[in-house]
Design a protein around this ligand. Structure first.
Ligand code: ZN
Length: 397
């Protein structure tokens, strides 16, 4: 039987406790849905020293012609306080028209709907005029090392290439049809450490207080703004996320102070140009020494977090127009094309093909009582099915 019902698809997925890094049976359940449709399924286990092995899945149906990829993840975040849930988090219980469960919206729901949409398409029209593939990882909510990155490399190495990708993460803030994501801001983090000289608070001339230096440097990071935003992006924004001195004594000047920061940046920067700007700001502030009259420049070190996320913007009319038109046809609402929010695995896929994101309403993701309206599952399936038909129509034209 074809898996045309998103509600039963989702129930089967929610009942698999696939908290990262556990597969929990979720990929096996997904494979069982895709096999009857004629998908060729590969299970790919990715390994790396120091990280848990991760189960991933790649499935493809069809042959030559345009190739559409659907990407997502079956892993979920922990349930938190299980006793606080109104319905057990892996039960898929339905109450008042909503299905409860961890992953209901982020993002087993999106997968359940895309499976149903493909099943309906194949039922009506037979195999696609080209190919449809599922690239599903079990490592999106974790370190994301053995997930999408390695699965893409594995598939590309065996000759797979794609013309477009839809990521089914929850993108709508309030209701279905609000928002399609057509890009994402970049993200860069670092930590600065100011080294001073420890001493007695009553004899500051014998010491060098690093708290003065760290205040000056963090101030220079936060002000002035990095830019005023661009056509498709919000202004870049830096937040100092912690300042650490760890000094328990009020009469001791500490030896060291450090601070961490994260910046979400738009397409007027690259990670490299932004690092240069940050270092220039820190050097200027270190030399100024307004809080340190008569002192030498602040001595500081900076350590960058290992992997910045790069900013990207998708410009592909066949993909964006097909999806927008599908959303409008089914919901009567014109979705906003947005680049807001955090990073997602789209940042890896963009190196292989144009990518956009559209999924469920994200309100309850990662929360206790994560849940999805059954009506939304049907609507999203309709949107995905319409999108598939339009995209292949567009790509074949
Ligand atoms: Zn997600």
């Amino acid at each position: 039987m074809f898996p045309t019902d998103p509600i039963s698809n989702l129930a089967a997925l929610i009942r698999c406790p696939s908290v990262t890094p556990a597969e929990g049976g979720a990929l096996t359940a997904l494979a069982a849905m895709l096999e009857p449709l004629g998908f060729k399924i590969d299970r790919v286990v990715a390994k790396e020293a120091g990280t848990p092995d991760i189960d991933n899945l790649y499935a493809r149906i069809g042959g030559d012609g345009p190739h559409l990829m659907f990407a997502g993840h079956t892993d979920v975040v922990p349930v938190g306080d299980e006793a606080a849930w109104s319905h057990p988090p892996f039960s898929a219980e339905i109450a008042d028209g909503e299905m409860y469960g961890r992953g209901a919206v982020d993002m087993k729901g999106g997968i359940a709907c895309f499976v149903a949409a493909v099943a309906r398409h194949v039922e009506k029209h037979g195999p696609p005029q080209g190919s449809i593939s599922f690239l599903i990882t079990g490592d999106e909510e974790g370190p994301a090392i053995n997930g999408t990155v390695k699965l893409l490399e594995w598939a590309a190495a065996k000759g797979e290439h794609w013309d477009a990708c839809l990521v089914g993460e929850p993108t709508n803030p309030d209701q279905l049809g609000d928002m399609i994501k057509i890009g994402r801001r970049g993200s860069l983090s670092g930590r600065i450490t100011v080294n001073g000289v420890q001493g007695h608070a009553a004899y500051p001339h014998l010491a060098d207080n690093p708290v003065r230096g760290i205040l000056q440097l963090t101030q220079a990071l936060m002000d002035p703004p990095f830019d005023g935003g661009t056509e498709n992006f919000q202004p870049s924004n830096l937040e100092v996320t912690t300042i650490d001195v760890g000094n328990a004594a009020v009469n001791v000047i500490p030896a060291r102070a450090s601070a961490a920061f994260n910046i979400r940046f738009n397409d007027s920067w690259t990670a490299e140009s932004l690092k240069a700007e940050i270092v220039a700001r820190l050097d200027r502030a270190a030399a100024e020494g307004a809080l340190r009259p008569g002192r030498a420049p602040v001595q500081y070190d900076i350590a960058w977090s290992e992997r910045p996320s790069h900013v990207f913007l998708t410009r592909n009319n066949a993909l964006i127009d097909s999806l927008s038109a599908a959303v409008e046809a089914v919901t009567g609402r014109q979705p906003q094309l947005s680049t807001t929010g955090g990073t997602s695995d789209a940042r890896f896929i963009k190196d292989y093909c144009p990518v956009v994101e559209f999924g469920l309403v994200g309100k309850t993701m990662h929360m206790v009582d994560e849940r999805v309206a059954l009506a939304d599952l049907e609507t999203l399936t309709g949107i995905y099915e319409t999108f598939i038909a339009r995209w292949f129509g567009h790509a074949a034209a």
